[in-house]
Design a protein around this ligand. Structure first.
Ligand code: TMP
Ligand code: ASP
Length: 238
């Protein structure tokens, strides 16, 4: 499978067409941004970590019955995925307080929730991805009620699978962001990526941050954290 024309360049990935109109190739970059792209940098090796980790996790989720866009890993940075129309919702699942939950509601980070918090943002950088609820999403016609029900159920299932998997790697899955897409026939599948860019990972013993917060907050050892997560996930096979 070969790339043809570039269809899109995002902050962390490029997307290319292929000879098959139903498939595209995603190419992961080392570029990192935060705060709606206002903070920019490079995390050496990030593209390969995110590509390989995301594919590994998507395969695991497919084995558990979650449909995803994943088709085939081509190399360290490039993967064939099903072409989807992205539902413009950032679907966030939180198991403990951190980040915007803490700043928005004025609570410290690391408070474990009795049950997961499910949250939607409107995927729109110009508006700074505003928080919205199901009625807002329906009013804005971002998705149908049926699609939103499917997305919520899939996001919670993903949380259960990933929480258990990361616990086995000595990692607390604090929160993460998912994106979903529609296939040509309207089927909803998990899309985008699952990586240290899109999840908060804390070491289970020390609570050390092993994710993009090291870049967002200038904590240092950013590359090392990505490589450490790679080792935890692949257990010496990376
Ligand atoms: P938040 O606490 O900043 O809302 O982030 C929640 C989760 O979503 C966290 O794991 C990081 C991830 N995230 C993204 O993947 N993209 C984004 O643009 C933001 C703001 C957060
Ligand atoms: N990558 C996102 C941006 O630049 C933000 C983030 O992950 O914090 O807007």
């Amino acid at each position: 499978m070969e790339k043809t024309v570039q269809l899109y360049e995002g902050k962390a990935k490029k997307v290319y067409a292929t000879a098959d109109p139903a498939l595209v190739i995603v190419s992961y970059k080392d570029d990192a941004t935060a705060f709606d792209g206002t903070k920019k940098g490079t995390i050496m090796g990030k593209g390969a970590v995110n590509n390989r980790m995301s594919n590994f996790l998507m395969k695991k989720l497919m084995d558990a019955g979650v449909p995803t866009h994943f088709v085939e890993e081509l190399n360290d940075r490039e993967t064939v995925v099903k072409k989807v129309e992205i539902v413009p919702l950032e679907v966030i699942v939180r198991n403990a307080s951190a980040g915007h939950f803490s700043s928005r509601y004025g609570v410290e980070e690391g408070i474990l929730f009795d049950e997961p918090v499910l949250e939607f943002s409107y995927k729109n950088d110009d508006l700074h991805d505003p928080l919205l609820n199901t009625s807002h999403a329906l009013a804005l016609k971002l998705a149908t009620r049926e699609e939103i029900d499917t997305i919520k159920a899939m996001a919670l299932k993903v949380n259960e699978e990933l929480k258990a998997f990361f616990a086995g790697c000595g990692v607390r899955l604090i929160d993460f962001k998912l994106e979903f897409g529609r296939l040509g026939d309207g089927t909803i599948v998990l899309a985008d990526e699952i990586s240290p860019d899109t999840c908060r990972f804390w070491d289970a013993k020390t609570n050390e941050k092993l994710d993009k917060d090291r870049f967002r907050r200038d904590l240092g050892n950013v590359e090392e954290a990505y490589q450490e997560m790679m080792r935890r996930v692949f257990g010496g096979q990376a």
